[in-house]
Design a protein around this ligand. Structure first.
Ligand code: PLP
Length: 360
């Protein structure tokens, strides 16, 4: 067999342990397990989305609308841009593949941070691109170092804001200055998967920057909208880039059910507010307990908290499994002395904190 040899270098994405796996390995029943490893919304999908999903089921034999007109119009209305600025994907992950196919090849470089979401480096390597990982500064993206790493080979920079797994963020001013300082033929991608959870007032309004032509904003329905299982994400960018994506995507890449659920989710502002306030309440509960225990953590703008463990995070992870609690060890993120814990609902947070105190 004649495989593409560079495929060997593409790391295989390893998702967190599933509740089913833990139930099987440790003999728990499914509802005893508290899964805080994938930054899912503990409140689940919006009731409006669930209704839309049920309603759409009977049209399952009909192909989806391949123009995504209604969904794009709804996203545009909610984000204050035009429908021609929107592209949608089978999860925001698929849009990273579009970016690779449109901008990268085996003769180009992608720059991102050393301690960030794995998918960026995977998506670059899939097309044989060189992936340059820039160290962080105080657990934040070091924009100065990133700027200095941009040479003639660099075609794209990926910035996760707020960053998974550290929860740290870059401000509007920092982002604006950075955009002013980079060559305008380098594409700058802001992954805002956790956008709806952010409370910082100086968080960037990146939609202000899309007319520059080299900015792509990525958002997802997998986090606050609670439909990770349906796979839906979108990009906000220039019409030129949206059109380029059309050349590399397969038809019908977003299902009817995902489209209907996405539209209904955007209409349910109450569900978003409920999810935000549950997140803020339980994030603060976690901070308080960590402080009480003398455990270091990073204040987070997302629905997860980075906790410094002072021993291998994998050890804490394994001991928490004994209590039916799944968190994320961070070896794959280059942070072996930490864990990432999704902010659960009130009950899950209680279960996590109780178990965490015992395993320390
Ligand atoms: C920063 C970041 N971007 C993107 C995603 C993937 O989202 P999707 O489910 O839309 O592919 C995640 C999921 O964990 C994430 O943390």
């Amino acid at each position: 067999m004649k495989f593409n040899t560079y495929i060997e270098e593409v790391p295989v994405y390893i998702p967190g342990v599933t509740a089913e796996e833990l139930a099987k390995s440790h003999g728990f029943s499914g509802d005893e397990i508290v899964k805080l490893s994938s930054n899912e919304n503990p409140l689940g999908p919006s009731p409006l989305a669930i209704n839309a999903i049920k309603k759409e089921a009977s049209s399952g034999h009909i192909y989806p609308d391949n123009s995504y007109k209604m969904l794009k119009e709804k996203i545009a209305e909610k984000t204050g841009v035009r429908a021609e600025n929107i592209a949608v994907g089978n999860g925001s992950s698929e849009i990273f593949l579009f970016l690779s196919l449109v901008f990268l090849n085996d003769n180009s470089t992608l720059v991102t941070s050393r301690h960030t979401f794995q998918l960026y480096r995977i998506s670059g390597k899939i097309v044989g691109a060189d992936v340059r990982l820039v160290p962080m500064k105080d657990y934040r993206y070091d924009l100065e170092a990133i700027k200095n790493s941009i040479d003639g080979n660099v075609r794209a920079v990926y910035i996760c804001n707020p960053n998974n797994p550290t929860g740290t963020y870059l401000s509007h001013e920092e982002v604006r200055e950075f955009l002013d300082s980079v060559p305008d033929d380098v594409i700058i991608v802001f992954d805002e998967a956790y956008y709806e959870y952010v409370t910082a007032e100086d968080y960037p309004v990146t939609t202000d920057f899309i007319d520059r032509g080299n900015v792509v904003i990525i958002r997802t329905f997998s986090k606050i909208y609670g439909i990770a299982g349906l796979r839906l994400g979108y990009a906000i960018t220039s019409p030129e880039i949206v059109e380029k994506f059309e050349h590399v995507r397969f038809p019908f890449n977003v299902s009817r059910v995902a489209q209907a659920a996405g539209i209904a989710s955007l209409d349910d502002e109450e569900h978003v507010l409920r999810s935000r306030s549950s997140n803020e309440r339980n994030r603060v509960r976690m901070y308080k307990k960590f402080e009480e225990l003398g455990v270091k953590y990073l204040p987070s703008q997302g629905n997860f908290v980075y906790v410094q463990t002072h021993e291998k995070g994998i050890e804490i992870f394994n001991r928490l499994l004994e209590y039916g609690v799944i968190v994320r060890p961070l070896d794959a993120f280059g942070l072996p002395e930490g864990i990432r814990v999704t902010v659960g609902d009130d009950y899950q947070t209680h279960r996590f904190l109780e178990a965490f105190e015992k395993v320390l």
